[in-house]
Design a protein around this ligand. Structure first.
Ligand code: PEP
Ligand code: MG
Length: 564
């Protein structure tokens, strides 16, 4: 193919790295077969039953083979799914339907539905298995139709995965040794794809319009730093990819975040479970800056018991004995709906009853959660701080502070993720002990751009100077309220160049995915406070996000050196 036939796509780089590889597209989601469709013409119940048996066996064998080649979590998921595919009860009930005149596709669809509903009704672990049954069902139907199975494509060769966007369920089978990079046509910097890519350390570009037309096998250059995607790359892209492979390896994080002059900037981790917390502690995190407690609640149709909650929080606290753990109280609503707490019929859920606001509509859940956090804190040696999401007025901050103390906990704070909280940081911080800026939501609300919408990804960029001005306003308000500490726990803290700017703006601590710790630590260690402040002024003075980013990046040679 000649160089002229090359095509370029511009997206948003959300995870650093430069690679070249063949593209594989994520298959289209499978359409459901018609309800109770009759046996197709020319078939008999016997031939359909036989076809169903063969399809099921082929799916089970395929999953088993992949499980044998996989390791860790992926292997466990594949093994469980293979077992489910080989389940005789499921096949038997589907065959019974075929024998009563239903097509193989509709029969397996209906039979799996019944099993999933039964599992769902059992709750807890069993309810989670319902998803596996539905996954197996989709694979069997794809096999019957002779189309690619839904989910991450199977391939022996490493490839660049192209998709519209990825769902959390896709992560379990995403094998980082096979996937070279991620490219999505939708999704923003805060989308699941971006979060997955960063946690796996894969180069990724999101919101790259037009990449939906890429064809399997085409060679792609993906630049997770600039957001450029080039189909049929030429020598310039090859040089960039080669230079990336020759970058200096990043030293491990030594567990002490600091600037070049020794000024301490504690680097904390964002975690969502006890297992996560252990991994973060092993990676050197100096504490937890954001414990997302939703992990204990999501996928449940009733509030977890006090015992379940204490157990879940304790597992996190135990990983950080003697260290700070900032627990965020339940942040339900918008992209995290909870049947017993939020109203899914709201016309505009991001502006609806979410986060701390659910305490007004369903009182009691928050008080019980605080009691469970206090109990878990009592049983362990972590220094437990608690903060509420979506605080927008000083009165809310004062009420939350009172609830925290009532529960017997000593340190109460707020997340600053609504512009009003940044503007009124002084009275808000006057009413509590600390603030943590959630730049993901602060960006979406400042720019009035839904963080889940790929088309608005360019607005949804924490480098937006308006967002940085609100970070500055928060720090100034907190200083005026008696030098209250301000941290950042949104994805912005994981961008090493932006981390420098945040520190230059006066942010005291940064909390991030554990994978970002070495890069952020290294780049922070290359600047003194004066340089951080100068770069912060540069970014504040920029007229748009891309300008702020490139002005600051040009001043940080460490980024190039380490391919960040
Ligand atoms: C944020 O909004 O920046 C944040 C950390 O919270 P979440 O991403 O969980 O909404
Ligand atoms: Mg948030």
């Amino acid at each position: 193919m000649s160089r002229e036939e090359s095509r370029e796509f511009q997206g948003v780089g959300v995870s650093a790295g430069r690679v070249i590889g063949p593209v594989r597209r994520m298959p289209e989601p499978l359409a459901a077969p018609a309800d109770g469709a009759p046996l197709p013409e020319g078939t008999t119940a016997e031939s359909e039953a036989e076809r169903l048996g063969e399809a099921t066996a082929a799916v089970a064998a395929g999953l088993k083979a992949r499980a044998a080649a996989a390791t860790g979590d992926a292997q466990a998921v594949l093994k469980a799914t293979a077992l489910m595919a080989g389940d005789r009860t499921l096949l038997k009930s589907a065959i019974a339907l075929v024998q009563s005149g239903t097509s193989a596709e509709s029969a397996i669809w209906e039979a799996a539905d019944a099993v999933a509903t039964q599992l769902g009704a059992l709750g807890g672990y069993m309810a989670e298995r319902a998803t596996d049954v539905l996954d197996v069902r989709a694979r069997i139907v794809a096999q019957l139709r002779g189309v690619p199975a839904p989910g991450i494509p199977d391939s022996d060769e490493p490839f660049v995965l192209a998709a519209v966007d990825l769902a959390p369920a896709d992560t379990a089978t995403l094998d980082p040794s096979k996937v070279l990079a991620l490219v999505t046509s939708e999704g923003g910097p805060q989308s699941h794809t971006a979060i997955i890519a960063r946690s796996l350390g894969l180069p990724a570009v999101v919101a790259a319009a037009g990449t939906g037309s890429l064809v399997d096998g085409e060679l792609l250059f993906v630049d997770g730093i600039t957001g450029q995607v080039v189909q049929n790359p030429g020598p310039a892209e090859r040089d960039l990819a080669l230079a990336y492979t020759q970058r200096q390896p990043l030293p491990d994080f030594d567990g002490r975040g600091r600037l070049a002059d020794g000024t301490a900037v504690p680097l904390l981790a964002n975690v969502g479970s006890g297992v996560d917390a252990q991994a973060a502690a092993a990676a050197g995190a100096e504490g937890v800056g954001l414990l997302r407690t939703e992990f204990c609640f999501l996928g449940r149709d009733a509030e977890p018991t006090a015992e379940e909650q204490v157990e879940a929080y304790r597992a996190v606290f135990e990983a950080f004995a003697g260290k700070k753990v900032v627990v965020r109280t339940l942040d339900a609503g918008a992209d995290k709906p909870l049947p017993f707490l939020t109203d899914t019929s709201e016309p505009n859920p991001a502006l609806g009853v979410r986060g701390y606001r659910t305490d007004a509509t369903v009182p009691g859940v928050l008080a019980r959660q605080l009691a469970a956090i206090a109990e878990a804190a009592k049983q362990t040696a972590a220094e437990v701080w608690v903060m509420a999401p979506m605080i927008s007025t000083p009165a809310e901050a004062a009420d939350f502070d009172a609830m925290v103390r009532e529960a017997g906990l000593s340190t109460a704070g707020v997340m600053v993720e609504v512009p009003s909280a940044a503007v009124l940081a002084e009275p808000i911080l006057g009413a509590c002990d600390f603030a943590s800026i959630g730049t993901n939501d602060l960006t979406q609300y400042t720019m009035a751009a839904d963080r889940q919408l790929g088309t608005l990804a360019a607005f949804n960029d924490p480098w937006q100077p308006a967002v940085l001005h609100l970070v500055q306003a928060t720090v100034r308000g907190a200083q005026a309220a008696g030098n209250k500490p301000v941290g950042v726990c949104g994805e912005a803290a994981a961008d090493p160049a932006l981390a420098v700017v945040l520190v230059g703006l006066g942010v005291a601590t940064l909390s991030m995915n554990k994978r970002a710790l070495p890069a952020v630590a290294r780049v922070l260690g290359s600047v003194d406070p004066e340089k951080a402040q100068r770069l912060a002024r540069l970014a504040l003075g920029a007229s748009h996000a891309a300008e702020a980013r490139s002005l600051v990046r040009a001043e940080l040679p460490e980024l190039e050196l380490f391919g960040l």
